[in-house]
Design a protein around this ligand. Sequence first.
Ligand code: AP5
Length: 214
Amino acid sequence: MILMGPPGAGKGTQAKLLETHFQVRHISSGDLLRMAVKKKTPLGIQAKRYMDRGELVPDEVVLGTIEECVRQDGSGKGFILDGFPRTVPQADALCALLHGMGAQVDDVTSIQVPREDLVKRLSGRRTCRECGTMYHVIFDPPRNAGICNKCNGELYQRDDDQEDTIIARLEVYDRQTTPVLNQYRERGLLREVEGVGSPEQVLERILDQVHKHG
Ligand code: AP5
């Protein structure tokens, strides 16, 4: 299953809920890249320049990371991709990779949220440095400001969640990822889901679509 949608649509939030619901692995290209940046690996150093500007990391850099992760998944139960593919070459590479493994994309869900809400969601997002749990300063605040409810870790604001970079990321989505959505729509794989409401309400809508289309 692929989760698509602009920055802040709630892909990461829904991917975590779906991971628990279906007991399948969630693979986030953004999380993999941020991990590489944190560890200062050669890939992370290369990726950081692009991420800080809100631009996409070059396809060849992302493809290697995703391929390694997908191949490592030996469960045979499938997985949920969040943030990948984001360009037509990435979608083509995914198709070839899955084909080689005797697998296929079953479902592409695009989460839709009005643009003004996306900016509010992203500028208020806070993430735990230790366990990765996400909060929002207004919509889902932690019990104690700046501290994770689950592990007492420090909450931080992502470098790319500054307003200028958010606008750049939204433009990049329109320009480079919309053609991928169009491609999946033409292939009859795309389901569009309204992303406004509580995360649980959005999850219900996604599950309804999945069950409706088998
Ligand atoms: P990535 O990490 O993938 O970021 P993104 O696509 O910009 O998406 P976000 O993580 O910002 O948002 P989301 O939709 O997951 O929303 P979330 O659930 O967090 O990519 C970051 C960068 O890495 C890219 O800019 C690029 O440079 C690089 N990159 C990654 N993948 C790449 C690729 N394939 N190719 C090339 N480069 C790549 O929610 C956001 C906030 O909203 C949270 O605070 C949350 O609590 C809140 N929220 C969630 N749901 C709701 C709700 N229903 N109601 C109210 N608030 C909500």
